[in-house]
Design a protein around this ligand. Sequence first.
Ligand SMILES: *Cc1c(COP(=O)(O)O)cnc(C)c1O
Length: 379
Amino acid sequence: MKFATKAIHAGVHPDPATGAIMTPIYQTSTYVQDGVGNHKGYEYSRTQNPTRHALEKNIAAIENGKFGACFGSGLAAIDCVLKMLNPGDEVISTNDLYGGSYRIFRTIFEKYGIIFHFVNMQDVDAVAALVNENTKMIWVETPTNPMMNIVDIEAMAKISKAAGAMLCVDNTFATPYLQNPLDLGADVVMHSVTKYLGGHSDVVMGALVCSDENIANEMYRIQNSTGAVTAPMDSFLVLRGIKTLHLRVQRHCENGEKVARFLATHPKIDKVYWPGFESHPNHEVAKRQMRGFGGMISFNLKGNQLEDALSIVKKVEIFALAESLGGVESLIGHPATMTHASIPKDVREQSGVVDSLIRLSVGIEDADDLIADLTQALA
Ligand SMILES: *Cc1c(COP(=O)(O)O)cnc(C)c1O
């Protein structure tokens, strides 16, 4: 089955009791058993819930994976993968990581003896040089947030396979419509479902997808043992959101390209970061592993003044000043003081998150209106 058909149908069946075409919100904590151990596959909603189960199958299908698990947030999904590790294990990750991922690595898991290395992952040799016998995981984010760097997933898969390590890819920015890491050799795909999969800025959720049965068993064991599951109502909302994922992402890509090309010609703008530009340093890799370049764009200003950036994010009228991304409405953010405030200034500046950097999540409104809004805010 092709993507659009899977997005609408995978995991979803008419309700056996009523024929309802939409999977009901099974708002229940427990399930009545006919006799001890004689149940219909559901015992307790931390372990299994039919609405969540439908969504988990749906997300697994659109990522070309076999097993899916949904969590109360993207970070709860990351927490689950990291709990597959043991003290002394080492993780190699990118140096322009999502701020919350950096925080859970450094402030939660380091104290349990997991060792994290941060490196510029465009430099494949630099990643390979960090591998040793304790390397158990490579954590990739691509495109990266907020610098829109592209990491070569196949190159990372070669390194992780040789090391016997697990390759995990945070696929939040690309979405399964544009990129499928499992097909490129990854072992686990992670999503902040909060963003494009939900797509309507009304749910916080995370997901993991894998195809290996041993990894899946660990994933479900940890999901059930630690309990960071998502709710039936939220599962329903995301099932509904994913039905239009392909249409939304097509428009995000179209609008993203128009806005990026507009910004690139603006006299007040220094650099525009968007992987669709031929001049983007990783454009060839992006073309190889993605089917489109998305609607996430960052840019910085000539002169690099903090006040100029803060004034622009205040002056926009259609773009809303907010954290998060991936919804139908356009958002604008200032990474240095918002999403990346938990990363030390010297560390963030090394990776390009300077004071005047602005990040856009280009929504699916009319592109002309979005460009007019940016024009007046930059004036
Ligand atoms: C938002 C985000 C996360 C964290 O997800 P939550 O749902 O906010 O917990 C992780 N990675 C990326 C790339 C994100 O954008």
